[in-house]
Design a protein around this ligand. Structure first.
Ligand SMILES: [Zn+2]
Length: 494
């Protein structure tokens, strides 16, 4: 019976899968091989997404020395940090790429340095490397907004959003980019950003890990040869991404906005492609997404060098789902809660907001209840089917600081099973704020503030059956109490 069912479902999967995509996506052998060897090219000097200008600059000279790239300073940020233009290749098609126009959107900057390593290596992947360097003239502007990166914020230090400054050009960063584009007159441009990690690909459980846009160049959103080429290159990249992360590609809204660089460049006859890096399951530091960026760019370079994108039918662009807002970090379904003396069944959406460290070089997470009530077509990166389970406030365990410090993850999990989510030290005050790599929270209070489910409240509660905890939500993370103990990125001290 089981086997029969399995065969049936497999057949169903195969038929629907092939109905969905007539031509199953396939990468070139060269791209596949490079993907397999990605770790060799991954820039070890970039350990996380919070890289600053002062950390980025020392990564450039080795590529200049290897004669892969030449470097020129094309401007300075408001705070006087250099904006750099790196050039590689000597082909006939000029391609310009700029990243981190928004200071807190660094995924593509990381991938660009991985790409520099690939392009400057001397190994058995030289066939594709030569094809790219002989056919393209690549122009890179990594980290266009270094002041924003320093403060880990979107805007520049005039508090202007550079991507709404293509027309007025009051920002030195935007001016540098516009002057370079006018000087180079590239045929193709890549505008590299990050988007909200909670976006989904259509109304689905799939996160929009990479979203594309071939921006419109006028209000009627007309298609011309310039925009068509951008669309075709997107379709080539989409196929590559589907092989590694199926279902996680979406497209961005194409309403025309003349303040944006992508829309403006499209009108200047630069086929411009927006790439937005979103979220991916359990990849908050975006290191797999960095790898997907590398793949997308490598594929685009190959497709441009071979002109293979010209075979793409732009009608296929319609089939890429739109970005939607369908995801929570954790979605708890059918939980029984008690509120205002009434007991009822409902759903809870939980998100973890990001809290910057004081040096803007790390992030901690603070989980809150974002929604309560019936919901349709929404999903969670993690989900809990809480049918028959009750929302239950957690207890506070008192122990000494020394006892807390000795707790193993298993002992912390056992305490959760007994109904505790907080520890209060009996011998002095405990720290507040993020606590890394634990399962339990600390508190200086005598009572748990979360006594019933409420919007905006800390997501710290138990889900119980007959009084016994089955799941816990700890600082907005799902903890399955039937699974082995595993510490969380951070819990909290109150
Ligand atoms: Zn952006």
């Amino acid at each position: 019976m089981k086997l029969k069912l399995l065969v049936f479902f497999n057949l169903m999967f195969i038929t629907t899968h092939f109905a969905m995509c007539q031509n199953p996506a396939k990468n070139s052998l060269a791209v596949e091989k490079i993907w397999g060897q990605y770790d060799k090219y991954k820039e070890p000097g970039i350990k996380n997404r919070f890289m600053k200008h002062a950390e980025m600059m020392p990564l450039i000279p080795k590529h200049v020395d290897s004669r892969l790239v030449t470097i020129e300073e094309i401007g300075k940020s408001v705070r006087g940090r250099s904006i750099n233009h790196l050039t590689a290749g000597r082909g006939k098609t000029k391609v310009m790429l700029w990243s981190q126009m928004h200071g807190d959107e660094s995924t593509a900057t990381m991938a660009l340095f991985d790409m520099f390593n690939f392009l400057s290596s001397n190994d058995d992947n030289s066939e594709l490397r030569k094809l790219i360097l002989n056919n393209l003239e690549l122009h890179f502007v990594p980290m266009l907004n270094p002041d924003g990166a320093q403060a880990w914020k979107r805007r520049n230090d005039l508090e202007i959003d550079i991507n709404r400054d293509a027309r007025m050009l009051v920002t030195p960063e935007g001016r540098a980019l516009m002057e370079l584009a006018k000087k180079l007159q590239p045929q193709i441009g890549f505008n590299l950003h990050d988007q909200n990690y909670l976006y989904s690909s259509g109304r689905s459980k799939n996160s929009a890990t990479i979203s594309f846009l071939a921006p419109a160049y006028n209000y009627p959103k007309d298609m011309n040869a310039v925009r068509k080429r951008a669309t075709q290159i997107i379709l080539s990249m989409n196929k590559a991404l589907q092989t590694k992360s199926p279902g996680n590609v979406a497209k961005y809204n194409d309403d025309f906005d003349p303040r944006c660089f992508g829309d403006t460049f499209q009108g200047m006859e630069i086929s411009t492609i927006l790439i937005e890096s979103g979220g991916y399951y359990h990849d908050p530091e975006k290191q797999f997404i960095r790898k997907l960026n590398f793949l997308a760019l490598l594929t685009a370079f190959e497709a441009i060098a071979k002109s293979s994108y010209e075979k793409e039918d732009i009608k296929d662009y319609d089939a890429i789902p739109e970005n939607e807002n369908s995801l929570y970090d954790v979605f708890v379904k059918n939980v029984i809660i008690t509120k205002e003396g009434r007991e009822f069944k409902t759903h809870l959406g939980i998100n973890r907001s990001q809290v910057r460290s004081t040096d803007n070089a790390a992030m901690s997470y603070s989980g809150r209840i974002a929604e309560l009530g019936d919901q349709e077509l929404v999903f969670g990166y993690d989900e809990i089917d809480a049918s028959g389970l009750k929302f239950t406030p957690a207890n506070i365990k008192t122990m000494t600081k020394a006892e807390w410090e000795k707790l193993t993850p298993q002992q912390e999990l056992d305490l959760i099973k007994e109904g505790y989510l907080f520890v209060k030290w009996s011998d002095g005050p405990s720290p507040t704020g993020a606590i890394k790599n634990r399962l339990l929270n600390l508190t200086n209070n005598t009572e748990n503030a979360v006594q019933e489910a409420g919007i905006g409240q800390n997501a710290q509660f138990l889900l119980t059956r007959d009084g016994k905890p089955v799941f816990a939500v700890v600082n907005g993370y799902k903890v399955d109490l039937s699974q082995p103990a595993k510490v969380l990125a951070n819990t909290y001290g109150y």
